[in-house]
Design a protein around this ligand. Structure first.
Ligand code: OAD
Length: 248
């Protein structure tokens, strides 16, 4: 990682001075834990893109295929451990008076790392929901075989689906509102590991910037968010975020 130390220092002093911080994360934060991102290398599964599988239409057409994809991904998540980027976000939460983490990740690594004030915008891969009665249930702690029978609701025997917000679906009530509200009053917004290509989450970081927050983007690649950011730290979050904390 060869980031100008002056940029790290500027990010560190913005964070140290902040009273309210919103952190927005995407798949890149879990890349160093070995979980493939959606749009990078390894983002395809059996030739399908996420946009072809993470939809209600895909589930209606072939629920077994969608479950196989989620079981494969969940197996990877269960075998993975939080990395120093996740832990640095826990430390930011500890240091600032008012903090919120809004994550697009469903892998459960932020809560496992110890993050407390967290909005899981897209749900959680370790939970399922009944397509008939809506009841939710935690999936077993060990990975299921990809071709195991499809899970059924213990209450009504309806087909269970992953408790994920798919493309074209509404977000859980109040979740986006809370994230935008916090963006609107944050002193600093840190966006880490997101391509910024999925809306509305990408708009959360940009709304923070428009409302006057200092926007720090952590991403080895340049994105729409990094273009709008006050500081773009172009490196992996597992190295960059601990370096920022070490400098504050
Ligand atoms: P993407 O796969 O679109 O983007 C991941 C981003 O992480 C890219 O911009 C990478 O450059 C960056 N990245 C890769 N390695 C990194 C590292 N070590 N540190 C920091 N950044 C790194 O993932 P998201 O932006 O999260 O939705 O995608 C948003 C949504 O689209 C997901 O929540 C998912 C997907 O389809 C649903 O499943 C509903």
């Amino acid at each position: 990682m060869s980031i100008d130390p002056a940029l790290i220092a500027a990010a560190a002093s913005a964070l140290a001075a902040a009273r309210r911080v919103l952190v927005l994360t995407g798949a890149g934060v879990s890349a160093e834990s070995g979980i493939p991102t959606f749009r990078g290398a390894g983002g395809l599964w059996e030739g399908f893109r996420a946009e072809d599988l993470a939809t209600p239409e895909a589930f209606r057409e072939d629920p077994a295929r969608v479950w196989r994809w989620y079981r494969w991904r969940r197996g990877i998540c269960l075998a993975a451990a939080p990395n120093p980027g996740h832990l640095a976000i826990v430390e930011i939460e500890r240091r600032v008076p008012a903090f919120l983490l809004a994550t697009q990740n469903v892998d459960g690594l932020h809560p496992r790392a110890g993050s407390r004030k967290i909005l899981e915008l897209h749900g959680n891969i370790h939970r399922a929901r009944c397509t008939l009665c809506g009841r939710k249930r935690d999936l077993p702690p060990e990975p299921e075989a990809p071709h195991a029978p499809l899970p059924a609701c213990a209450a009504c025997d309806g087909l269970l689906r992953p408790d994920i917000v798919w493309f074209g679906e509404a977000y859980a009530e109040g979740v986006l509102e809370t994230a935008f509200e916090e963006a609107g009053r944050a002193d600093v917004v840190v966006s880490a590991g997101t391509s910024g290509s999925v809306y509305p989450p990408a708009a959360i970081a940009l709304a923070g910037k428009r409302a006057g927050a200092f926007l720090i983007d952590v991403n080895p690649a340049a994105t729409e968010i990094s273009a709008a950011a006050d500081i773009h730290l172009a490196g992996p979050s597992g190295e960059v975020l601990p370096a920022v904390l070490a400098a504050s």
